[in-house]
Every structure is written in C-alpha cells, then in structure tokens.
Design a protein around this ligand. Structure first.
Ligand code: TXA
Ligand code: MG
Length: 331
C-alpha cells in the first residue's frame, strides 16, 4: 500500500521516521521528485533499484542538508569544489567527489566517485534535517519514464511499489540537477541543468561540457547512456512558429506543446501550453508534465517548441532531443 500525504510538518516527521527505519520515501525537491533511502543502508538502497526497475550500474546521488555531512562521504574536496558549493548550494547542482570507502557500492555502482547534492526545496531540507542521515535519491519515476514534477506523476509510476509519498506540489525547476564532475580540471558538466555553464563561469569556475553529450558519443555519466523516455508518438522539434505550422499541416491530428501564443495562432487538434510568452524557464518547468499529458492522447505526432541552446536552453534541449529519440545511446 502507498500512503500519500500533504507535506506538512507532521507528515515530514513521519516520512523521516520511515527513512531512518530503512524504508523509501518519495519527496519533492526544487528540480524533480526524488525516491529517497538511508545512504548507509544497502538493503534500503536495494529497494530503490527494485521500485524503479533501475539498472544496477547506474549510481545514485546522495542528498545532504549540511556541509558537515560531506566529510564522511568523500576522501577530499577537489580544487574549486568548496567555492562552487558555497556559490550554488543549496540548489539544483550535483557535484562529483572522490568517494570515501565508507560509501556503499550500491550507491557508487562500483565507481571511485560519489555524487552529492544539497537541495534547496524547504520540504527536502526539513526531511533531511529530521532524518539526520544522508539520503540517496534518484528521480522518483519508473526507469524509462520522465522524471516526476508532481506528486501525481510519482503516484502514476510508483503506487503499490513504495510505502510513502510526500506531496509538496509542483516542482520549480522541472528538470534534473546539473551534474558537475569536480574530480577533473576544468570541471566537466556531465548533465546540463538549471545551474548553467554561464553561471559557473561568471563565478570564476571554468567548465567544459562532456563531449559524450553530443549525439552518437558515449557519455561519461552512466545514467546519460540509457535510452531516456520517449512518448509513443514521434516527437518533432520546431524552432519557429512557421516550422510548427508546416509540421502540423501534414498531421491534422497532431499535438502541439508550445507557448499559448503558438497554440492560439495554430489551433492544433490537441495541445498543452508550456508558457505564456515563450519563456525557456517556464517551458522547462512544464516539459515533463506536457509530455506525460500528451502521451495519453492518440496522436500521430507531437510537435514541441525548441529553444536556442544557451543558458537554460541547453538543459531543455538536452531532455527534449532525448524524448525525440535523437540523443542518448540506445540500450
Ligand atoms: O535533480 C536531481 O538530480 C534529482 C533529484 C531527486 O535530486 N535526482 C536525479 O537522480 O536526477 P537520477 O538518479 O535520476 O540521476 C542521477 C544522475 C545519473 O545520470 C547518474 O548516472 C549520475 O547522476 N551519477 C550519479 N553518480 C555519479 C558518479 N559518481 N559519476 C558520474 N555520474 C553519476
Ligand atoms: Mg532519473
């Protein structure tokens, strides 16, 4: 049975007890919902892999509430890591550190490194504080589904598979955190997210993009190599209103996932508004809900508004092109 509760103080305390007892809890973060378990309890971590149907060679992110918790998880703070943590934590950024031998191999998948994130969502912070332990948490979707940005998405994928869901409403960012490998210099972006290369460079940290993020290349981050979610219908990316119009002209039953302005201009058969005025941040926040929603409809094509690949547009296009089946090695 799965309990779902509004994330008030009482429910957060109850969920923290579940975590301490070695059970898994789905909880909101500012990026997407996570499926958490005690990072030092291998049996609890095992239940995450089973609930998600996740491949064992895909390591997990450890969530902390406080910088002091990191010392027992790592062997060192690499060059620049303190500076980046101070500038962007708590927030939508995951850092890769050299792992302490104390970190269970169920988390690292046998790598010598460990991924750590300090989330900023107040529910996540209170839950971590009450639990008093570092919490391993992947996104709370079944493997191969889009990351959940609402508690109802977690329910759709996980009902009957996990004991507890904390409902904290819709997440803010809507795309998973930036993953930044601090064990190399310059640090390498393994997964683009809301903390962008431009933001890191503005803080004096030079960064490079993992060349494996390019189509056809093998990414460094294990999770990036899996085929990601793609809806049943083919997905086409339109960079302009005219392009969207041309695509929909050949598919009269086609669906449009775009700004309200595009939807008003083109009156498609089915639609989902991503934003009012083509704002990339708002569109990113709604992308996964939009794809889940239109995937329930019977359509021959889903046309999605594209954005230029700069700042938040990099992360948005990374997820969108994966959904369109154009990026990420098939596995
Ligand atoms: O926003 C997020 O990061 C969410 C919330 C819940 O915090 N979590 C999330 O976790 O997206 P997950 O497991 O869905 O994605 C973690 C990514 C995967 O691509 C994984 O391969 C990568 O981080 N990763 C984890 N540990 C790593 C490591 N030691 N080296 C390289 N990549 C790692
Ligand atoms: Mg995930």
């Amino acid at each position: 049975m799965t309990i779902i509760k509004n994330a008030n103080d009482e429910a957060i305390c109850e969920a923290a007890t579940y975590l301490r007892e070695g059970r898994v809890v789905a909880f909101p973060t500012e990026t997407v919902y996570g499926l958490g378990a005690d990072a030092f309890n291998p049996e609890a971590i095992e239940t995450i892999f089973v609930a998600k149907g996740r491949p064992r060679d895909n390591p997990l992110i450890v969530h902390v509430q406080d910088l002091d918790e990191i010392d027992e998880l790592v062997t060192a703070w690499p060059q620049g890591a303190k500076q980046v943590a101070e500038a962007f934590w708590p927030g939508p950024l995951t850092l890769i550190f050299p792992a302490s031998p104390k970190v269970p191999r169920e988390i690292t998948a046998g790598l010598s490194t460990v991924a750590i994130r300090m989330p900023s969502h107040p529910v996540a912070r209170k839950l971590l504080k009450e639990a008093g332990i570092p919490v391993a948490a992947p996104s709370a979707n079944r493997s191969g589904r889009p990351s959940p940005t609402k508690a109802s998405h977690v329910w759709e994928d996980m009902e009957g598979r996990i004991p507890y869901i904390l409902d904290g409403g819709e997440t803010d960012v809507g795309l998973e955190s930036t993953v930044l490998d601090m064990t190399v210099w310059p640090p390498l972006i393994l997964r683009p997210g809301a903390v962008t290369a431009e933001m890191l460079e503005k803080r004096g940290v030079p960064v490079a993009m993992d060349p494996g993020l390019q189509p056809g290349e093998v990414p460094k981050s294990p999770g990036q190599k899996y085929r990601h979610y793609a809806p049943k219908a083919p997905v086409a990316v339109a960079m302009s209103l005219e392009e969207a119009q041309t695509l929909l002209a050949t598919h009269p039953d086609g669906a449009l996932l775009a700004s309200r302005k595009w939807i008003q201009e083109l009156s498609p058969a089915k639609c989902y508004p991503l934003s009012e005025h083509s704002d990339v941040k708002t569109s990113a926040a709604h992308l996964f809900d939009g794809l889940r929603t239109l995937d329930r409809e019977d359509v021959s094509l889903i046309v999605v508004q594209g954005f230029v690949k700069e700042e938040m547009g990099v992360a948005y296009m990374n997820r969108l092109l994966k959904a369109a089946g154009r990026e990420g090695k098939k596995q």
